[in-house]
Write a protein that binds this ligand. Structure first.
Ligand code: SF4
Ligand code: FES
Length: 576
């Protein structure tokens, strides 16, 4: 196998990797700005410079030339080379900053050059704390600035489109943003304009930067030049926790991180998973954070003669059990949900089975034309595949209507969906039918006819599994705390410095941000227990272990197997 020597250590390699990527893959740090593995290599930032030498071969025989000690003679290129564009070759010798004073000086000088016109105002920059330029300036750059002249001024606070703001003075012209629109999204909505020190990215005349994947340039930008119109200056990076999870606006299950401060989700960024979304997220996934914070319920409610009234969880469970106890099991319609986790749908199926009802069905939320064959899908729910592989069927509206008219439906149990908004029922049709509803937001239209309204934990507040349209099962982790949950005791919940070192008496803390809701995997067993049906699960992990052990389609899909990147399920299904 061919080898390369980096700072004296020998590495074997296969294929034709580029030097920078090879270093990154093997834990050898090389500073860089313009390189991105998913795009072309312009080698324009010049930060990844290294010394490169190749063994000298005899021109006639092709044999390696050796010195008196028998070591191969290495001839170094007269100038430093950019690691990002350098192909590896057998016997190549590389010196990074760790073994070459020339490289160290070149990287320091390059950073000094990049910072000549860059504002040195990190304390007020939105990118501070997660800025590659700031980090690399500290590690590789000069101690201070020697530049004593007026810096070149360029446009600031330019709205390139509805979602992205440019501060051209901070741009180092790495062209990652323009290459993204040319090579990845294909929108061609950004280009570099002007010359020399005055150039910066801009939209062509008459064009607005509004493509559905445009916000990816914010993560790509290695400085604070491109920021989110929505998120900029909302929070410092160190005030937030980040939790790995998936997005739920569609059936792709793109991997993401949820960023939370004081139990409010403030932003959503992509998390690399080459089997699902690679490095990217559509803008609709990023802007989905508001529904986790706004219009959230204040606790359970039960309907009395005077309308809905606040109730304790105990009272709500008891009322739900009473309604179900007074109804023949076969006349209860159980509606599962492609918004809910696999575990919650499974438990709903167990409850329906225990009461002698038909297996749950689910409402399909398909919006033809919304999908783009990339990371947006026609299906606007994250778990249709999970429901189907559990054996749930999409609801048959004609059959449902006939059963309703024939009086065969005497109670409806809805798991995390909104059948009225989906057009499955009108409020009038449900007004005399007991309805038990697990719901997320007070904008849920079925709430108006719910007899028992049970606030359910959303994807950022629970633990569970979703199966994307390609049959990839992925688990989610709680990103924010809800009432009754101690963030420090939930070991898998992310925590920021403020969470770790703050107290509930700090000014930044607001108890109202901890929503009084519960995960459905807690609510369903509580209701079932009051009907005399024990569901003695300790939590969703145990539920998923049972599913993976009993439902053929989920064989092997345990939490351990899914880890942070999920597992591909086999293509078989078995009814619940
Ligand atoms: S705005 Fe950012 S990503 Fe775009 S060229 Fe400038 S530094 Fe690079
Ligand atoms: S990363 Fe190599 S030149 Fe920019």
């Amino acid at each position: 196998m061919p080898t390369v020597i980096i700072d004296g250590a020998v590495y074997e390699y296969e294929g034709q990797p580029k030097l920078l990527q090879f270093c990154l893959d093997h834990g050898v740090e090389l500073p860089h700005f313009c390189y991105h593995p998913a795009m072309s290599i312009p080698a324009n930032c010049r930060q990844c410079l290294v010394e490169v030498g190749t063994p000298v071969r005899d021109r006639v025989t092709g044999e390696l030339q050796r010195d008196e000690q028998g070591e191969p003679v290495v001839r170094f290129f007269p100038k430093l080379m950019t690691g990002c564009s350098q192909d590896l070759s057998d016997g190549m010798v590389v010196r990074t900053k760790r073994t070459s004073a020339v490289v160290e000086e070149a990287q320091r000088s390059n950073l000094e050059f990049l910072l000549i016109n860059h504002p040195l105002d990190c304390p007020i920059c939105d990118q501070a704390g997660h800025c590659p330029l700031q980090i690399q300036a500290y590690k590789y750059g000069p101690e201070g600035s020697r530049f004593e002249f007026r810096k070149v001024h360029k446009p600031k606070r330019v709205k390139l489109g509805p979602r992205v703001v440019l501060d051209a003075e901070r741009c180092i012209n790495c062209t990652r943003c323009t290459r993204f629109t040319e090579e990845v999204s294909g929108s061609h909505q950004l280009t570099i304009i002007a010359r020399g020190v005055k150039n910066y990215p801009m939209t062509p005349p008459g064009v607005t930067f509004d493509e559905p994947y445009g916000m990816n340039v914010i993560d790509l930008c290695p400085v604070g030049a491109l920021t989110s119109a929505d998120f900029r200056f909302q929070a410092r990076i160190w005030e937030m926790s980040s939790t790995p999870s998936i997005t739920t606006t569609n059936a792709k299950g793109s991997n993401c991180d949820y960023w939370v401060r004081d139990n409010l989700v403030l932003r959503i960024t992509p998390r690399q998973n080459m089997d699902v979304n690679a490095y990217w997220l559509p803008d609709e996934d990023r802007l989905d954070y508001k529904r986790f914070n706004e219009d959230r319920p204040a606790g359970p409610q039960v309907r009395g003669v005077d309308g809905p009234t606040d109730a304790s969880w105990e009272q709500a469970y008891a009322r739900a059990a009473d309604l179900l106890r007074g109804t023949d099991g076969s006349a209860v319609l159980f509606l599962g949900s492609a918004h809910a986790t696999l575990e919650d749908n499974y438990l709903l199926g167990r409850m329906a089975e225990a009461l002698g009802a038909a297996p749950p069905s689910y409402i399909s939320h398909v919006e033809p034309g919304h999908g783009d064959g990339w990371l947006r899908t026609d299906d606007r729910t994250p778990n249709t595949q999970g429901c189907e592989r559990l054996g749930l069927q999409p609801i048959d509206e004609a059959l449902l209507r006939a059963r309703l008219q024939a009086g065969e439906i005497q109670a409806v149990y809805v798991l995390e969906d909104d059948p009225v908004a989906a057009g499955l029922f009108t409020e009038d049709e449900l007004k005399d039918v007991p309805v038990i509803l697990h719901y997320y937001n007070t904008t849920n239209r079925t709430l108006a006819v719910a007899d028992v309204a049970l606030p359910a934990a959303m994807v950022v507040e629970t633990v569970g599994t979703y199966v994307n349209e390609d049959g990839h099962a992925q688990r989610v982790y709680p990103a924010k705390a809800i009432r009754g949950v101690n963030r420090t005791l939930r070991m898998q919940m992310g925590s920021s410095r403020a969470d770790q070192h703050g107290t509930p008496f700090d000014r930044w803390y607001n108890e109202a941000h901890r929503i009084d809701c519960k995960p459905s995997w807690e609510i369903l067993p509580a209701v079932a227990a009051r009907l005399g049906h024990a569901m003695p699960y300790k939590g969703p992990k145990q539920v998923m272990a049972e599913v993976s052990g009993t439902v053929a389609a989920f064989t092997g899909a345990t939490y351990e197997a899914m880890g942070l990147h999920g597992v591909r399920l086999q293509d078989v299904a078995e009814p619940v």
